[in-house]
Design a protein around this ligand. Structure first.
Ligand code: SF4
Ligand code: SF4
Length: 306
């Protein structure tokens, strides 16, 4: 028990009172690092395994105090007056963040032990004891399998239910080691065609589909929700939705949720100094999402009502 509490992991946020990350009210622990690079990712700060440097253009007043406090000469003022960072020189020391009077700079990520995470979420149990629990998300929890499994195992011993949001783009043994400590699994299929999957995420879907099938077999009682972010022009055609729904329908007890594409993460890209890959892509109309959900429901059950 003590050894598992001491396992360290890299996370970037613990969100309290979440209602979108599993059944009931949940505390969601966001892990750093992801093997995929989905074009529509709404948590781009989760993708790198280490720290990310973020500067809010809304908060920054352009005073230049951060430039003066950088010991590495990594920050300079550009010709247009903006503050530029040389990522090659930056050592992520955080002095600029400490010096900024506006709180505009954030080094995203922190190390924490399992015990520290559970201490932060312990009080939440008062609110969700009978209807909620702990969710691990990311990023990709399965990139840190020992931390993920220890966190879920000890959370359960404290009486919490556990859920995981995972891409399943990880070795099978990592998935198995965590799934044994879960009450609910939420995993994604972005596209049933591996080439198209790779084009939009960086990896094919073979391992993901194989992991889903294997976990379904080995943990037949595990509540399994498969989600698909519906991206206009990528996977929103009827043929794809039907193929996806038939696959999910073949997995005993699995449910399928089609998620509407949104652009809520767009501002984070600017803060990280990265272009938003899907600039100009508009979300689908609600009516179209309703049509696609009706089509999917003919082959696979929709998410359970809470
Ligand atoms: S110190 Fe803060 S407010 Fe001033 S330029 Fe730097 S980031 Fe902007
Ligand atoms: S984190 Fe440190 S090295 Fe990087 S820009 Fe800020 S002060 Fe400079």
């Amino acid at each position: 028990m003590a050894a598992k509490g001491a396992v360290r992991g890299m996370i970037f946020n613990i969100q309290k009172f979440s209602v979108h990350d599993g059944y009931g009210i949940r505390s969601t622990v966001f892990f750093k690092g992801c093997p995929l690079g989905c074009l529509w990712c709404s948590n781009p700060e989760s993708q790198a395994a280490g720290f990310d440097y973020s500067r809010s253009s809304l908060r920054c007043k352009g005073c230049g105090i951060c430039v003066a406090h950088c010991p590495e000469g990594a920050l300079v003022r550009g010709e247009d007056g903006s503050i530029l960072r040389d990522a090659q020189k930056c050592v992520m020391c955080g002095r600029c963040a400490d010096a900024c009077p506006e709180g505009a700079i954030n080094l995203v990520g922190r190390e924490a032990t399992v015990a520290e995470v559970l201490a932060e979420t312990a009080m939440d149990g008062v609110f969700y004891r009978d209807n909620g629990g702990l969710t691990i998300s990311g990023g990709e929890p399965l990139l840190q399998p020992v931390f993920a499994a220890s966190l879920c195992e000890l959370a359960r011993r404290q009486g919490m239910t556990t859920a995981m949001e995972s891409s399943f783009a990880a070795p099978l043994e990592h998935a198995l080691s965590v799934c044994g400590h879960l009450d609910q699994l939420m995993t994604d299929i972005k596209h049933m065609d591996s080439k198209r999957h790779k084009g939009a995420t960086g990896l094919g879907n073979e391992r993901i589909l194989a992991n889903i099938g294997e976990v379904r077999q080995r943990f037949p009682a595990l509540d399994m929700l498969i989600r698909c972010p519906v991206i206009p022009g990528f996977n929103d055609d009827e043929a794809h939705v039907e193929r996806l729904a038939r696959f999910v329908g073949s997995l005993p007890g699995a449910r399928l949720e089609l998620l509407a594409y949104h652009r809520l993460g767009e501002g984070k890209y600017a803060n990280l100094g990265r272009p938003y890959p899907l600039a100009g892509v508009a979300p689908l109309p609600k009516e179209r999402m309703t049509e696609l959900r009706s089509l999917a429901a003919a082959y696979a059950p929709p998410p359970a009502q809470e």
